[in-house]
Ligand binder design. Sequence first.
Ligand code: GAL
Length: 996
Amino acid sequence: MRRALLFAAAVAAAPLLSSAPVTAQEARSTADFTAPAQTFGRVSFDARSLMIDGKRLVIWSSEMHPFRLPSPELWRDILQKMKASGFNTVAFYFDWGYHSPKQGVYDFTGIRDLDRLLRMSAEEGLYVIVRPGPYANAELTRGGFPGWLVNQRAPSRTDSPEYLAAADEWLTQVNAIIARHQINGDGRGNQGSVILYQIENELAATTPAHRRYMDHLYAKARADGINVPIFHNDQGRNGYWTPEDSPVDKVVPGPVDLYAFDGYPGGTCTVQGRTTRGAAAPDWGFYGPGGAKGGASASPATPGFMAEIGGGWFDYWGSNGGYECNAVQRGERFQRVFYGVNLANGISLQSIYVGFGGTSWGWLAAPVVFTSYDYGAAISETRELRPKAEEMKQLAGLIASVPDLAGMVPAGVPAISSPNIQVYHNRSPETDARFLLVTHKPSNGQTNDQFTVTADLPDGRYVMPMTLNGFDAKWLVAGVDLAGQRLVYSTSELQAVLPASRHDVLLMYGRAGEPGETVLRFAAQPDITVLEGDVRSTFDAASGDLKLDYEHVGLSRVRISGGGRPDLLLLIGEEKEAARFWRQGDVLVRGPALLRHAGTERGRLLLTGDTRESTPLELWSAAPASSVRWNGAVVATRATASGSLEALTPLAGPAAFALPVLSDWRVAPESPEARLEFDDHDWQTIDNRAYASNTLRPDGQPNMLMDAYGFHEGDVWYRGRFEGGPEAETINLFYGAGGAGMAQVFLDGVFVGQHELPSGIPRPITTGVAAFDLPEAARTPGPHVVSVMVRNNGHNWNLDANDFHKEARGLVSVSVAPRVGPGFAVPISWKIQGRAGGEDFADTLRGVPNNGGLFGERHGWHLPEFKDGDWRPGMVGEPLQPGVTWYRTRFDLDVPAGQDASIGLAFGDTDTPRSDRAYRVLIFVNGWHMGQFIANVGPQRVFSLPEHILNHRGRNSIALVVSTDGAPGNVLEDVRLVTLRNVRGGVDVTTRAQAQ
Ligand code: GAL
């Protein structure tokens, strides 16, 4: 009843970009700043912000997926990089299917150890937002539902009892872990840093059955001891599942404490890998369609909360490779403009989706995506901080430096001398601190403008001369106390405030070459010493204003003393120069590629981090340091005129190292299932078991779907016996195989043909029909066997709550029949085989995503310990039989100690997204299935292999499972190891340094 038609349109377009904002009529004209705070133990909130222990803070969060990095040791690396980039919170999806191979069976060990993940997050000083589903989406196969749920006929994501019972299994397990790590504790002495809990994800179906489902999830979480606020993530700001008492019309109330939504604004990368700059940054809060100063939230009594704001985008089978494009598209200046406009609109909780994407290894991926889930994110799949992470760090620096930013409200429109410019002017009701976001009007404007902004600020009326060149936004801070100083205003941006041992330090920055001015207030004229750079100053005795004029060039340093305030060192950098600074705890460090930790122990300052090359080190610390260590080694320093310590010699960079050439391949043909005489006595017989799929099939056919037989991932084989005869002229298949899936057909061991599903962007084509002529032999009387291998490249997600994840996988129906005429279909009796053990597989180390049902996989050919001594020596590039061929070799790595590298595997010409050779490779490294390369589909040709999967200091094994139709030229291209990143540092070093 409450749902308008326009909502339906928004849902159909999902998950792309943003949906229609709530209109003026739908929104209350002002946010409800008087709404009383709601308290959940140590976490509370009102209309303006979240509070922890009663203290307001901006929740500045970055998302990662533990299941997309199967090296738990490296989770810490990502968490440290997020923390170092200034995030105070990390968000996690948990993938139900990753933990549950079989109904009733759950595994939280090893790579699935969520206890460890949540402990690490707290150790690294990050708050946590958990998103355990049960439905996640996240470009996961089945959107995170377990394989066995595909066989459940009851509609998922509703209150059907069978589905609720299944979901409760998972929630009971995962909630027990989460509960122990809540910031409020679990009442049994356990405590961690989880502050928020999400139920469901983008549930845009809002019938009573869905409402009852949501009620159930809320009640279940509470019954399981979840005591932090609960929210849902709306697919765009539709107003689905807002708190019950929302006064806004046409929203869908639900069992949530907080309303949250997601959005992916800012344009897209095209299939050609080019960017289209999208619309301006949406006003999803104060400045939205409710009018200036008006609130436009779907939930005015709760703070603006984006549970996902696009930090990149995923990429599709068959694209031209969009990750670098996404890194740029949602890259330089994007976060300043889009995240800035969000903040200005009162969205005081923002979580970047994703901060680190990682790898959809094994069979984790939904049909839309290939192996790499790099996402163009701030932290690349190879764990490199991309340039845009610097921009995020600078924004985060502002957020951390001025806590008043949390809970700001609109403050009135200043006078602007240019029609090309708009200024969002906010204030803190408590301190009157001002925050002005200066951007183009509209914010995607590209012009170069010089103008003035005139505003009544706490310390008076000021005319601020400004420059805004191209797509950009700047946050100005005014009328605020910073350490012992009073900042009247600055046209430079604020990155860090440090009350250091000898004086306060302020770090400001601006775009290279642009002018800036900073005004500070004093009781009397202070002494100014320009230590470095060209900075001019004037003092106005009447107001006490000290005005500094300069250009942002390199790093200027100004010492200011006297004037009735503590001494101050003002650092004014051009943007890139300021980005070389890291703030951890009470230490400000300049130089290295990463500062992971700064701690003090008996007066010694212990720093850990990474260097990409030989790097000078300079630091300021709040407490005086008797000595300095970097990654455990003593660093000789000297004091500088800037009150800092400077290393006498630069920190060493990483040493180069060589990678071995992959050679000495051992080769074995596979696909024995194709042969007539193959022994399939232990295969399951295809029968008429219950059919739960929503894919229609011809009447009277048995249930051939792989899932019905307990095979949910990867490859599955069928063997059909029939009596030869004149009718056996053609074979027709209807099958489901996910994005870029395929089927191979054999008759009595002879290859008949291969069919590949075309990749569709953005909607992959996931089922298909194939028809082949059968060889003459099929018409010979006697027993014949048709063997079919289907490669399942993932089950669909269930984004629209329509059970799309139950679409057929494997064969749906097959007929062997005459080429023309009425004829009749030849009776066939079928058997099926898939992953060894089905849902009861043995390899619990690697778990659900690792294996399908290839003969070699079933017999451990992918495992490092497998003895391939009797395989024949072979060469990359030699002709291949139709079907599957295995290549195996071993190699040693010797990455220098104390270095963190990312090593990958590259195929053929990495400058092109695909080649004219048609073949596919499953990549097994030390038994781990780290990706699928499809040469003729692309675009991924380089596969990142995380350390710990790869042994960086010792022996490794690799197995390449190549499938092809055997046509000339469809052969394995050049395969080689490549170094994708190399730094001195890394988490192991950190652990050692901390342990000393
Ligand atoms: C969102 C969804 C996420 C993910 C994202 C695109 O709409 O909530 O799970 O699918 O889109 O990467």
